[in-house]
Design a protein. Structure first.
Length: 413
């Protein structure tokens, strides 16, 4: 049995031993008892980090489990994910959070870091005991719903600032939803659907940014989708507000013009206008948008089979994120590979204190990708229990060939 592994591509080599990166560069000396894995022309990168996934356990294991979700993540090149708190029970106490952590410890093949909720039961009326939860969670979020009460968000940010915790906000003003379920734009009007206005997102972001500025809280905005959201965050960063944000692959490469009358095109926030999509891409390019997160949100086939009006909100994305973005943004010349890898790996690690990276003596959390491999996305191949994706059948480039976690192969194509 080899003591070490040399991961070797045409341009780059990584020496792995005892779960860490021992050396990296070109033409490395090969110690005795080394297993050499030659990956040819493939890209070798630090594995990806997704700070926004739904693995549905405990409470909704018919949609996804920690086991299936983490394996799907490994197939997508991810070495770490952060799981959202819309679970049953909600992780709003140390005891409830421990239920999820026990499943993670037993079943996860990669690092899984749970969020705790901001409010008890995610109901927006009573703050959780952040002191009791802070050491067991990655951050605090009521994802799936916005915190409607201004004073409650102020109390949450004040406390989070005091303990140096992150508030990760799903920004949605319920008073502006009016029964909508797709973007309130041209496509919605032409096809007779009920729309969700952009202000329902950016209005709450504007409120939160003011509170974050007052309190000094580290504030992370989940899944932004509108041009106004990008501009508000850009201006807040220029003022020195401690704000970061994410958007999803579908918001960067699709818009309302790509909609079809199927549940796999329904997510929250919705696909918005081409103008919004282009503003998001510009925000990613200039660094206003820090992180790409999938908002991987699996549902059962039945829950996604009821058309746009009746289907559950949410699409899967953890197995398709890199090829979709590489094909749609990098190969088209809109985004550099360096910037894509930064947003999918380096920045989320730094912002959320996850650590790692492609450096000596870091954990050997590595992904190997064949950038020249083209194929059609086929949901029958998914390891996730969720199959609803707007990218089904899309022709993409960039297949994950191997994912390493602590030097061990956790996925191999």
């Amino acid at each position: 049995m080899a003591n070490k592994t040399l991961l070797k591509s045409r341009d780059f080599e990584v020496l792995i031993g005892d779960g860490i990166i021992l050396d990296l560069g070109r033409d490395l000396p090969v110690p005795a008892d080394t297993d050499v894995i030659d990956v040819g022309n493939c890209l070798i990168s630090s594995s990806f980090v997704d700070v926004h996934v739904h693995f549905r356990e405990p409470g909704y294991s018919y949609k996804e489990t920690i086991a299936t979700g983490s394996r799907a993540a490994a197939r997508g090149g991810y070495g770490a994910v952060c799981t959202m708190p819309n679970l049953d029970p909600v992780p709003d106490t140390p005891e409830n959070l421990a239920l999820q952590q026990d499943i993670i410890d037993r079943d996860a093949v990669i690092d899984v870091f749970p969020y705790a909720s901001i409010t008890m039961g995610r109901k927006g009326t009573e703050l959780v005991d952040m002191d009791a939860l802070k050491d067991a969670c990655i951050a605090f979020s009521d994802d799936g719903s916005g915190v409607q009460d201004d004073d409650m968000m102020r109390a949450a940010m004040t406390k989070a600032s005091a303990i140096d915790a992150i508030i990760a906000a799903h920004c949605e003003d319920n008073s502006l939803l009016r029964g909508g379920y797709i973007h309130d734009g041209r496509w919605c009007a032409e096809h007779g659907h009920k729309g969700i206005c952009s202000e329902s997102e950016w209005g709450q972001i504007a409120r939160d940014l003011k509170i974050a500025e007052e309190t000094g809280c580290r504030y992370h905005v989940c899944h932004i989708s509108t041009k106004e959201s990008v501009q508000l965050i850009r201006e807040a960063k220029a003022r020195g507000v401690k704000v970061s944000c994410e958007t999803g692959p579908h918001y960067l490469v699709l818009c309302e013009d790509d909609m079809q009358e199927e549940g796999r095109f329904k997510m929250n926030p919705p696909l918005r206008s081409a103008e919004d999509r282009d503003a998001l891409v510009e925000g990613l390019i200039d660094g206003t948008i820090d992180v790409i997160a999938t908002d991987h949100a699996p549902h059962s086939a039945e829950e996604k089979s009821r058309g746009l009006a009746g289907s559950a909100m949410g699409v899967v994305g953890i197995e398709t994120a890199f090829p979709v973005l590489y094909t749609g943004l990098v190969k088209t010349g809109r985004l550099s590979m360096e910037r894509l890898l930064e947003a999918m790996s380096e920045t989320p690690r730094r912002l959320f204190g996850i650590g790692g990276g492609l450096e000596k003596f870091m954990p050997a959390d590595i992904v190997v990708i064949d950038l020249e491999d083209s194929y059609k996305i086929d949901t029958a191949e998914f390891l996730s229990m969720g199959k609803a994706t707007p990218f089904e059948g899309a022709e993409v480039y960039g297949r994950v060939k191997m994912t390493f976690k602590d030097g061990n192969i956790v996925y191999k194509a």
